[in-house]
Design a protein around this ligand. Structure first.
Ligand SMILES: [Zn+2]
Ligand SMILES: [Zn+2]
Length: 201
């Protein structure tokens, strides 16, 4: 088994299947870690990943990098984009990886498969056709990284409150009385207010 096969099996173990998003997340993790001079076969404690979608891709990234929400090394931005940014906390180098538009001449590419699944859902066929899925997975697995992914170096500043480690600060919401850590509260009209209460104001 080559490294890609070992890593995609790791992703399958967490996600439960190998689907187009898992292939994408696996390839994203490999290319980004290599760009950062890290070994994708080993967990790197200096890695932090920002993901922009709560879909299959993200499970593959978690399985391969070992970055998790609980360790504060996986950050979720609710943008609905198949994009992830991998940051080396020591050097500050950051690599943004996104799914390229299908440039291959022989569909289905990644976006073609997503669009097809959405159309099937619209027609009330809630699960994508298994043969279509298998074909897409095969195609994406073989597709050169350059065709599948856009890889770019970007500037990322990790906010002080996002850095992993034991919490240093706690406050109490003046409306609901619930505790808030890591300075995630707001100060509105001189009062400490948590985000859920602030959203209802
Ligand atoms: Zn999936
Ligand atoms: Zn509150």
């Amino acid at each position: 088994m080559d490294n890609y096969q070992i890593l995609i099996e790791k992703a399958r173990a967490l996600h439960g299947e190998i689907c187009p998003g898992v292939v994408l997340g696996t390839k994203m993790s490999i290319v980004a870690m290599e760009e950062l001079g890290m070994d994708p076969m080993k967990k790197n404690k200096d890695l932090i990943v920002y993901v922009e979608v709560d879909r299959c891709m993200t499970d593959a990234i978690q399985a391969i990098t070992g970055c998790t929400l609980g360790h504060r090394t996986l950050k979720y931005k609710d943008y609905g984009k198949f994009i992830a940014t991998f940051v080396d906390m020591i050097t500050g180098k950051a690599i943004k990886v996104s799914a390229r538009d299908d440039i291959s001449s022989s569909p289905p590419g990644f976006w073609t498969s997503i669009e097809k699944s959405i159309k099937q859902n619209e027609n009330n066929r809630s699960t994508p056709n298994k043969d279509d899925m298998r074909l897409t997975v095969e195609k994406l697995s073989k597709m050169p990284v350059k065709e599948l992914l856009k890889v770019e170096e970007v500037d990322v500043e990790i906010p002080e409150n996002d850095i992993p480690g034991f919490p240093h600060y706690i406050s109490t919401c003046s409306i609901c009385g619930e505790h808030v850590i890591d300075r995630k509260e707001f100060k509105i009209g001189g009062k400490i207010i948590c985000e859920s209460c602030a959203n209802k104001l």
